[in-house]
Write a protein that binds this ligand. Structure first.
Ligand code: SF4
Ligand code: SF4
Length: 458
């Protein structure tokens, strides 16, 4: 018999209460740990064990920002969330809104009508109420032309252009359906640097549905992307992601635990005594990579390829994960090789740049800061703080019951921006952009938009 969702959530509660590390480290910023320690303290005081509703609320508070120290705990939270959904079912309204690609994709076919509905107060309030969205949240405008249509018109979505190896852009739903200007800037910069750009078939990276606990849909979406990205690699392209959350899904979560698989162990030449795992997060080709040795007798039964994506072949997951670049990282790589066109017009502004959580988790630093500093006249200040998060998390911040925790989670970051008073706020996560625009009245842009504008003016 499979374990109940309550027991899965209770396990996390007990582990973290016992460890207590995150009580001081995380409760200022994380609504999940606030709830966890509240439940634990209540339990200590009253002797009452938290009920199903409390445990469900606790796991629903996690937005997978990945700021906390234990990946294993995050995965268990997600597992408990998914088990609640599998047993108790998702509301039909949430089922629709979590699938951003589906509803936003339909809206982009009739942008004027969609905006009339989504922006008009009466209709929009009715829609928000029936979909369980908070009335204060503004639904972003649907652009006149979405990214998929634009790429078709430009001829870069056509498979025939895939014959010329170059960069394949994975843009993410926010850019595809709400802010295509960010992805158009990515295409523009790559082309300006004589790199042929291809826009491969792509689905939502699955982060929003994974956050809602819809395991089946998460796997379906990931499978379609895995197939398309594998074809893209077979055709000789580099894969670049302009969205840090999609990048985090493909580079980090997709390959999580895959190195422990039998297939990888065999390929790496492990033996009965030692397991081998790569030393680098971004390892070189197999024949050049260095491995750490783990004593199989101790770790063999603990380190297994048994995560959410272990249903897909381990070597395929590793291949895709190791081949995806963040767009900023890719451009910085060109710069370091001396092949980035750095002839840019002056932008006389003071910019603040926020490196989003899912970029920070990729361990590649802040490539956009170095790139933006190449623009004459632009003063760039990075917003630093390892616990800073905008709190938005896909559609979670839109939901009636997560709206307030989401704002609270983002408050320290918003305060920092206000104290800095920049002329423009730059961030490569377009989901963060939604939270920024809800809280601040400062011009916002993806760093790529500023870089492209500066290079176009020359
Ligand atoms: S997430 Fe890890 S470090 Fe934090 S309280 Fe739980 S077990 Fe401890
Ligand atoms: S992933 Fe983020 S929201 Fe979830 S428990 Fe960790 S810090 Fe909190």
């Amino acid at each position: 018999m499979s374990e109940s969702p309550e027991n899965k959530a209770r396990y996390v509660l007990e582990r973290c209460a016992d460890c207590d590390e995150c009580r001081t480290m995380m409760t200022d910023v994380c609504p999940f740990f606030q709830e966890l320690y509240r439940l634990f303290d209540d339990m200590q005081e009253t002797g009452r064990s938290p009920g199903s509703k409390d445990l469900r609320l606790m796991v629903d508070r996690c937005n997978f920002c990945a700021l906390c120290p234990c990946p294993e705990i995050r995965n268990r939270i997600l597992d408990a969330k998914s088990s609640f959904i599998e047993r108790d079912k998702m509301s039909p309204a949430l089922k629709i809104i979590q699938d951003v690609e589906k509803w936003a994709g339909k809206m982009t076919r009739v942008p004027s009508l969609a905006n009339l509905l989504l922006q008009g107060r009466l209709a929009s309030n009715l829609l928000k109420k029936s979909a369980g969205l908070h009335p204060d949240r503004d639904i972003p405008r649907i652009p006149e032309q979405d990214l998929d249509s634009w790429t078709r018109k430009k001829g870069i979505a056509d498979t025939s252009c895939a014959d010329t190896p170059g960069a394949a852009l994975f843009a993410g739903c926010s850019a595809r359906f709400f802010f295509p200007e960010a992805a158009r800037a990515a295409v523009g910069i790559l082309q300006r640097n004589n790199i042929s750009v291809y826009y491969p078939e792509q689905n939502c990276c699955a982060m929003p549905v994974m956050l809602e606990g819809d395991r089946d849909l998460t796997l379906k979406m990931m499978q379609r992307n895995l197939e398309s990205l594998t074809r893209t690699l077979d055709a000789g392209h580099d894969i670049v992601c302009s969205c840090p959350t999609c990048g985090y899904m493909f580079r980090e979560l997709l390959r999580e635990k895959a190195y422990y698989s039998r297939e990888y162990q065999e390929a790496a030449g492990a033996n009965d005594t030692y397991m081998l795992v790569p030393r680098d997060n971004r390892p070189p080709p197999m024949d050049q990579r260095e491995h750490k040795r783990l004593l199989r007798m101790i770790y063999g039964s603990i380190f297994k390829d048994d995560g959410l994506f272990s249903v897909f072949p381990a070597m395929q997951r590793i291949r895709v994960a190791e081949s995806v670049y963040d767009m900023g990282e890719y451009l910085l790589g060109l710069y370091k090789k001396g092949s980035l066109d750095t002839d840019m017009a002056a932008v006389n502004k003071r910019a603040a740049y926020f490196p989003p959580c899912h970029l920070r988790k990729q361990g590649i630093g802040s490539p956009y800061v170095q790139l933006l500093k190449l623009i004459p006249g632009l003063e760039v200040q990075e917003i630093k703080g390892s616990n800073l998060c905008c709190g938005m998390a896909g559609i979670m911040g839109f939901k009636q019951d997560f709206h307030q925790p989401s704002l609270e989670m983002g408050r320290p970051l918003m305060q920092k921006v206000q104290d800095m008073q920049p002329d423009i706020l730059l961030c490569d996560c377009l989901s963060c952009r939604l939270q920024f625009s809800h809280n601040l009245s400062i011009p916002l842009a993806h760093p790529l938009e500023v870089l492209y504008e500066a290079s176009r003016k020359r």
